[in-house]
Design a protein around this ligand. Structure first.
Ligand SMILES: CC(=O)SCCNC(=O)CCNC(=O)[C@H](O)C(C)(C)COP(=O)(O)OP(=O)(O)OC[C@H]1O[C@@H](n2cnc3c(N)ncnc32)[C@H](O)[C@@H]1OP(=O)(O)O
Length: 468
């Protein structure tokens, strides 16, 4: 990410709303170790997690000191040093269709103490984070959710799903191709640098993935608290291609009762190439003395069933909305991705919080690039050169993405929709026509949803494979 949130002030509206309830809204100073530890205590309690061990606290302090961390304090509480509410946020890239990235604002650690619930504290924090996102220059705010009923009211919608993929080891006869490379066992600590590089490439090829921060890799590899039982149970493997270049890795554990075969479970299988993805799956499926394999947060579009003779060996369980996004700057967001078909589409967006409200014209060219015209006369065109990163170019439409060129290709069509529905269709994981059938959007003219389906289609099903 190339935009800097350090100059973003504490949101005055959130501060005032909380002050009216007799509460202090504070941005924590990364140098204030005590405040961070108290905040971590509140965060763990809020999520019903066990208290972290010393190494876990060190890890959390490291991670949190790289974010904007807010606490809400009640000076009348028995222990006023422990916040009654928490939230953290940071700027990060979100992969979008076309192998590109949009400037995003990740929001996490939203907790309110049960002693202070349902007084509007979470609302103040969430509205504050939308203001922070917009002030920092992000186009999209995003989060992963504990419950699907909390965030729609702020304009968030599910944009990428994930599933637990369970494979019956006894039925998993492999019929896929042989990979040219090899799988090696490696020590998790030795994988750290390579895992970062592979993850960057894996994230870039999958819409819905967000840039990895160093703490999430440490967590994946068991390095956050390496002496914990959970970390010591992890085994790591790396796939090297035929030239000896690392192209993928997986980290797994085997859980089992004495005298019984176990279950192989994994949270991380990251691949920069299709060969690496296939061969790591194959390795995990062929480990002996195992009844089955369970991969968490996998894509709902996993190619695995097509690699096995018996596709019913694979079950997709717990398919859930996983990544929720909120568009805070539609012009920048719409111009950041590439489109599946050429066309001109008017988007009339209703947004009670204001960020996305207005009439936008999206002009997509046959090469997937787009020109977006916003209500304030702001225009933005997809940059042809840079594949990822901050790619805004506020300039006039180029010849091949000009309004005239696009309208020659397709007659104008349009949708009337809310900020939530825009968020749902943005990555291509939800078809506009499904929202039309649900009466969540309306067409300005017949055929608009069908055109929007084709334009918003993504070459890959959006997927997010981590919690944040
Ligand atoms: C991105 C993340 O971090 S996801 C993690 C979310 N956190 C958790 O699940 C931890 C446990 N839960 C909590 O800490 C709290 O219950 C929170 C944070 C979810 C809600 O905090 P509160 O301060 O009680 O919420 P607040 O009073 O501001 O409610 C705002 C609105 O959300 C609604 N709401 C709050 N919690 C929930 C819920 N769990 N389910 C459905 N609606 C909810 C309220 O009814 C209210 O609706 P309205 O304003 O439209 O009438």
């Amino acid at each position: 990410m190339s935009f800097d949130p350090s100059g973003v002030p504490v949101d005055p509206a959130a501060s005032a709303a909380l002050a009216r309830k007799g509460l202090d809204y504070r941005l924590l100073d990364p140098a204030d170790r005590e405040a961070f530890e108290a905040w971590i205590e509140a965060d763990h309690r809020g999520f019903h997690h066990a208290r972290p061990r010393a190494a876990g606290i060190e890890h959390e302090v490291r991670v949190m000191s790289e974010r904007r961390v807010h606490g809400v304090y009640d000076t009348t509480a028995a222990d006023p040093a422990i916040p009654v509410a928490t939230v953290s946020s940071w700027p990060t890239g979100l992969s979008v269709p076309g192998g590109r990235s949009v400037d995003g604002w990740a929001v996490s650690s939203v907790t309110v103490s049960p002693t202070h619930r349902r007084r509007g504290i979470a609302r103040a924090l969430m509205e504050g984070e939308l203001a922070n996102a917009r002030n920092a220059g992000a186009a999209v705010a995003m989060l992963t959710v504990t419950e699907a009923t909390i965030y729609g009211r702020y304009g968030y919608a599910p944009a990428a799903s994930s599933a637990t993929v369970e494979v019956d080891r006894g039925r998993s006869h492999w019929i896929g191709p042989e990979a040219p490379g090899r799988v090696h066992f490696v020590e998790p600590a030795g994988l750290r640098e390579v895992a970062a590089a592979i993850s960057r490439r894996a994230v870039a090829r999958t819409p819905g993935e967000i840039d990895r921060w160093s703490g999430v890799l440490d967590r994946m590899l068991g390095l956050a608290d390496p002496e914990s039982d959970a970390a010591r149970a992890l085994r790591a493997v790396r796939y090297d291609d035929e030239h000896g270049q690392p192209q993928g890795f997986a980290v797994y554990r085997i859980t089992r009762e004495p005298n019984h075969p176990g279950w192989l479970e994994f949270d991380a299988l990251a691949a920069a190439t299709d060969d690496a993805e296939r061969e790591l799956w194959r390795f995990l499926l062929e480990v002996d003395f195992v009844t089955g394999v369970r991969g968490y947060l996998r894509s709902v579009d996993e190619p695995l069933p097509w690699l096995l003779e018996d596709r019913r060996a694979v079950a997709f369980r717990d398919v859930v909305d996983h990544l929720w996004i909120r568009i805070v700057d539609p012009v920048a967001a719409l111009a950041a991705r590439r489109y599946g078909a050429a066309g001109e589409l008017v988007l009339e967006i209703d947004d009670p919080l204001g960020y996305a409200a207005g009439r936008y014209t999206l002009l997509a060219a046959a090469d997937g690039r787009a020109h977006v015209h916003g209500p304030g006369g702001d225009d933005e065109t997809t940059d042809a050169e840079a594949p990822r990163g901050r790619e805004r170019s506020r300039r006039a439409a180029s010849d091949d993405v000009s309004p005239r060129a696009a309208s020659r290709a397709t007659a104008p069509r349009g949708l009337r929709l809310g900020a939530r529905e825009l968020a749902a269709i943005y990555l291509g994981g939800v078809r506009p026509s499904a929202l039309l059938r649900a009466s969540r959007i309306a067409e300005l003219s017949p055929g608009s949803a069908e055109l929007a389906d084709r334009m918003f289609a993504s070459e890959r099903t959006p997927h997010l494979s981590i919690w944040f």
